[in-house]
Design a protein around this ligand. Structure first.
Ligand code: ADP
Length: 583
């Protein structure tokens, strides 16, 4: 048996690009993509991707080059998930909610060669490119390609290159590089992580392939799903469904905005069967006015995660005709790593209990070799008692290759044979995990990660700020929002504070992405510290929990969609003083 050899007949490098090649053959005339009045079949999508890959080669893109894209959920995003790796390159999808500084940082760190920009995001891209150009350490400027609207072209341009022109001018029969090693990188996704520097998470072709299959199985996605793009494709490659829909010969229903109107309309018009989203999308759907709603004629399967879904929200959304599966994951694990797999014996439980069971994060997806909850110091597993807390650790083929150009953080995250998630959980006697806290300094607002360190770094630059600490404050709509605790310089000779909450918030708005701006600023005389001078954030979190937050906006607003640019609530100074006095 030892002499049996690997050969091209029995050993093929795993890559999710193969799903498209197969779809073009076996689902050739089935619809692949729907966007407004535009329709493509799988045969057409394959040909368009081959053309784009060939154009990228003509632009000198070769193995391991990074190709970035800043775009909402439009058809080009699906195509780039195949065309970029077909050209041998690595796809870097950029979060459209970031500000120009963050976008510039990503373009620079990734050494991006080509930057695709949806026409709506041209102003943001221009600002980012200006910053890049002004930075003497920028390795090179990327070539810019505008993605005009495929359905209703606007004529917007930024330089010479345009997406549809690249597709049209590519040669669909050009020979493209063959993947030899499945460990080669396919995607680079930046996550805010726990420090101010974003970290570039690298996926391999193998990891992406196995994660895609694993999620399709875990969620029970059968053939011909009609998949609504309510989850941004820039979030961990749309939790792998950018590739997965091709594997099942399904339809990608693309929408530009995650607004209630667009989602209800798409669900009704295309008879959507599946969608993924952060729990904030449930709030958007539930808050929609009557004129925005359309009946949910047949059940829609929803995979939700990215933030803890409150049990009452699960109960309400299920009553509307959505069948929710709860998942937990993170960018480093290619999206969902745990799924709260439903057990039929729970069907008979009262609805409140069913929602509570579903709000648990669950059990591992198939590609994970193992999941555990451990004491991070002793590495001892916690007992399955639903009470003892430890850190969630994961290992298996869906875990990232590592952080791009960052050996220190990679070594810290991948150690002792495990990936450390920074999430704190218990294990219930039935083996299901439930998250209780986070050990990492991240605030999760509407499914978006906000690094508290990043917000603090900006606050420290304010001329009147002496010290700042940012923690999560519970919010009825966004789950959490940042709350800043700040000490200020005194006016000469003592006296009043020298900046108001308005001033600080205005300053933050000018210096960070809008969704990161603290909704509340609490002025304190001194921040609580340990004897070694470390700020005791847990105390601040306790105070933040007690602070009142803005009520949600009125029902039925048709402009209710991500991202959060909601109104900020300026609380009376008095309440803040009271809250601090309880420390
Ligand atoms: P994503 O892009 O999928 O949101 P991130 O890497 O940005 O992934 O965020 C991952 C973090 O979000 C996790 O480490 C965890 O703290 C939190 N998270 C994700 N899913 C859940 C969930 N179902 N319940 C509670 N927290 C979650």
């Amino acid at each position: 048996m030892d002499r049996l050899q690997k050969c091209p007949a029995n050993y093929v490098a795993l890559s999710p690009v193969a799903f498209l090649e197969r779809a073009a053959g076996v689902y050739a005339d089935r619809t692949s993509v729907v966007y407004q009045r535009t329709r493509f079949t799988w045969k057409q999508t394959y040909e368009r991707c081959r053309r784009l890959a060939s154009s990228l080669r003509m632009l000198n893109i070769s193995k391991n080059d990074v190709v970035s894209v800043l775009a909402p959920n439009v058809p080009a995003m699906i195509e780039m998930h195949f065309a970029v790796p077909m050209a041998g390159a690595v796809l870097n999808t950029i979060n459209t909610r970031l500000d120009s500084k963050n976008v510039a940082t990503i373009l620079k760190h990734s050494e991006s060669k080509v930057f695709f920009v949806d026409y709506q995001y041209v102003p943001l891209a221009v600002d980012a490119l200006k910053l890049l150009m002004a930075d003497p350490d920028t390795p090179h400027m990327p070539l810019v390609v505008v993605i005009d609207d495929v359905d209703a072209p606007t004529g917007t341009r930024l330089g010479e290159l345009e997406y549809e022109q690249l597709v049209a001018s590519g040669n669909p029969t050009q020979e493209l590089p063959q993947l030899e090693d499945e460990w080669d990188p396919i995607a680079l996704n930046y996550t805010s992580g726990t420090t101010s520097a974003p970290k570039g998470v690298v996926y391999s072709h193998r990891g992406a392939y196995l994660s895609t299959i694993s999620l399709l199985l875990q969620w029970g996605v059968g053939s011909e799903p009609v998949y609504l793009w309510s989850l941004p494709m820039f979030h961990c490659n749309g939790w792998t469904f950018t590739w997965g829909v091709a594997a099942r010969g399904g339809v990608n229903v693309c929408i530009r905005n995650t607004s209630a109107v667009e989602m209800y309309q798409a669900i009704a018009d295309h008879r959507v069967t599946h969608m993924c989203c952060a729990p904030i999308v449930f709030t958007i759907l539930l808050e929609a006015g009557l004129s925005e709603r359309r009946p949910i004629a047949s059940p829609v399967q929803v995979l939700t995660g990215g933030a803890p879904p409150p049990a009452p929200l699960l109960e309400k959304i299920e009553r509307m005709g959505f069948k929710v599966t709860h998942a937990y994951g993170l960018t480093e694990a290619t999206g969902p790593a745990l799924v709260c797999e439903w057990r039929s014996e729970w069907d008979q439980r009262p609805s409140e209990e069913r929602a509570r069971l579903k709000a648990r994060q669950g059990i591992s997806v198939l590609t994970l070799a193992d999941v555990d909850v451990k004491n991070a110091k002793t590495m001892a597993s916690v007992p399955r008692d639903g009470r003892s807390v430890g850190e969630i650790v994961l290992r298996g083929s869906s875990i990232m290759k590592g952080y791009f150009k960052n050996t220190k953080d990679t070594a810290e995250a991948l150690r002792d044979g495990w990936f450390f998630t920074g999430d704190v959980a218990v294990v219930h006697p039935d083996g299901y995990l439930e998250i209780k806290d986070r050990s990492k300094d991240v605030i999760i607002s509407g499914g978006e990660n906000i690094s508290s360190v990043e917000v603090e770094t900006v606050l420290y630059k304010h001329p009147m700020v002496v010290e700042a600490a940012v923690v999560a404050m519970p919010h009825p709509r966004w789950g959490e929002t940042p709350c800043a605790f700040v000490t200020l310089k005194k006016k000469c000779g003592g006296g009043d504070n020298t900046a108001t909450e308005e001033d600080i918030i205005t300053y933050c708005r000018a210096n960070m992405s809008r969704f990161m701006v603290p909704k509340k600023v609490v002025f304190v005389e001194e921040l609580p510290k340990t004897s070694t001078g470390k700020i005791q954030k847990f105390q601040l979190r306790e105070v933040a929990k007690r602070l009142k937050v803005a009520e949600r906006p009125p029902h039925g607003s048709s402009k209710t969609h991500l991202p959060n640019h909601g109104t900020r609530q300026v609380e009376p100074q008095q309440e803040q003083v009271l809250a601090m006095s309880r420390l």
